[in-house]
Design a protein around this ligand. Sequence first.
Ligand SMILES: *Cc1c(COP(=O)(O)O)cnc(C)c1O
Length: 437
Amino acid sequence: MAESPLPSASNAEWFDRAQQVLPGGVDSPVRSFASVGGTPYTVVSGEGAYVVDAEGTRYIDLVQSYGAVLLGHAHRVVTEAISKAAARGTTFGAPTPGEVLLAEAICARVPGCEQVRLVSSGTEAAMSAVRLARGVTSRDRVVKFDGCYHGHSDGLLAGGGSGVAMLGLPGSVGVSAGAVAATEVVPYNVVPELDDRVACVIVEPVAANMNLVVPQPGFLEGIRGACDAVGALLIFDEVITGFRIGSGGATAWSGVTPDLWCFGKVIGGGLPVGAFAGRRDIMSALAPGGPVYQAGTLSGNPLATAAGLAVLTHVSDADYDALNVRAADFGARLASAITEGGMAVSVPVFGPLVGLFLDSPNGKAGPALTAPVDYVTAKELAGNGVYARFFHAMLRRGVALAPGPYEVMFPGLAHGEDVLRQVVDAAGESAHEVSSG
Ligand SMILES: *Cc1c(COP(=O)(O)O)cnc(C)c1O
């Protein structure tokens, strides 16, 4: 790896400086160590499955930018696409080929998806999809599921997973009661009762922001039926699941086709991107052709579309299949290692998404935990305080998990058998350390 051009300082020195000029020392709260304690490591570089911090310590990275990175850090296919695009200019405020190519790639892969509007984050994608749904249905109400995260726009923060509380209340100070008055929060994995005031139901087809909660059989089909019965639109928020579980999205594996999709993370190849997409008749309601306004100076940015397209064209169906098999095997071995280490554990796996719910049975051999099916049960386990100790035990062994109990692990194409075996070994030792107090 090339010599770092950054001034050298320890993690603690960087974080002290960060706290002077960045609130809490971070640009996104999930990166802070607020829920696990201690000082975050400051990343100076990454390569494949690894990140390297300011002190030169190398970690196996299961964060992978919370799922934005699929091929591993600094993959040549991506960095070369970005360099080439950058050499041609970074942004123009005019149509570019890159946005056409990325939109075509998305439509070609996701069954039923005909048009795409590119934006710069998942938050924007979900916020704009909801506006579009309200615009085309001339209705106000939005139904979302407790524990699902759809970005930090005012109306969607309620019941939004990690750090965001109570049913039906604004998820943050500063969100007006009016902004959430039309948002109804209902339990995940229960088909909601709708009426003809509902513009849309928005759902993570696999809930990956309350740790991992998988959809029970019939749930997604049930929502589709409930929406159809009252003329509401169904929005799949696939910002995490899209192009990670497979190339066809939730529609391909569930057989359920929504009216609108939200994408982000993987489709930007590590650059800031989001997208919402849908059938032509719905998408055509967007400005300039239609009455629903939505815009962005950097939307469809040439660097971001080049990076995203590089990822989408590089990954084959065989890659997804192999990753899913590897993740299933990893999940099973992780669960046994932690159980043998004396902790109670549940490791739900869906495609390449791997969850981790822990409990500490005080030194006794760990009984299996039941995998949560909704936010109430997920919070019971995620909120028990055990994760913080496990997190630090793993970090000391060179494995970086997300610094909070509501996230999933993101093994990607760079995490080979060897790397995952090291994670399993570290987990067994960490569990033993935590369970023996
Ligand atoms: C990350 C995420 C978002 C928000 O995306 P940002 O790019 O962080 O704004 C929205 N929905 C889901 C399901 C996500 O996981």
